[in-house]
Design a protein around this ligand. Structure first.
Ligand SMILES: Cc1cc2nc3c(=O)[nH]c(=O)nc-3n(C[C@H](O)[C@H](O)[C@H](O)COP(=O)(O)O)c2cc1C
Length: 166
């Protein structure tokens, strides 16, 4: 059962959660939703609000959904659902119903869909979006290493409206 918790009361380490466990960036898609695996992102405080930041390349199906929708969720699945994380990070919602393929259960009681199988969910309201500007790199090596195709991520900052934890 999920419990709503105050972000300040969380003892989760988002460094290891994102880097080692990954998350599903989940956005409404018509009647359903599309999960995309992410391992780059962060949480913090901005504009006096608890926020989560994610980075989406323009070729992702998720990009169009993020542009259209006002909310997104970050769902952290248990370690034994690594199969689902791998599938959602290698197949596109353009041609695959990833929710069905992974056998995930959509919960729709809040502002945006999330998954019953998650251990931790951040429900976020989009506040800000901006593409990385190549002129902004102080270290050119980062640009060269991450963007040989010039497909700069769009950064989305969302206010964390709810944290659900099991
Ligand atoms: C571990 C892992 C982390 C990823 N992190 C990101 C990310 O932060 N941003 C991004 O745009 N793509 C990331 N990807 C790639 C997308 O998950 C992948 O291209 C996915 O198939 C896109 O799905 P969509 O087309 O349904 O949006 C990651 C993939 C993996 C396996």
């Amino acid at each position: 059962m999920f419990q709503k918790v105050d972000p300040k009361a969380l003892d989760s380490n988002f460094f290891s959660l994102l880097a080692d466990r990954w998350a599903l960036l989940t956005v409404a898609d018509g009647e359903g939703c599309n999960p995309m695996t992410v391992s780059w992102g962060g949480t913090g405080i901005l504009w006096n609000k608890p926020v989560a930041t994610v980075y989406v390349r323009p070729q992702r199906y998720t990009y169009g959904l993020m542009e259209k929708e006002g909310h997104f969720s970050l769902c952290f699945l248990p370690e034994d659902r690594r199969d689902a994380m791998a599938l959602c990070g290698s197949r596109s919602g353009r041609d695959t119903d990833k929710v069905k393929e992974c056998g995930l259960t959509v919960e729709s009681g809040l502002a945006t869909p999330y998954f019953a199988e998650a251990e931790l969910v951040l429900v976020c309201r989009k506040l800000y979006a901006q593409d990385f500007d190549p002129a902004g790199f102080a270290d050119r090596a980062v640009d060269e290493a991450s963007y040989p195709g010039k497909d700069y991520h769009r950064m989305y900052i969302g206010e964390i409206e709810a944290v659900l934890k099991k």
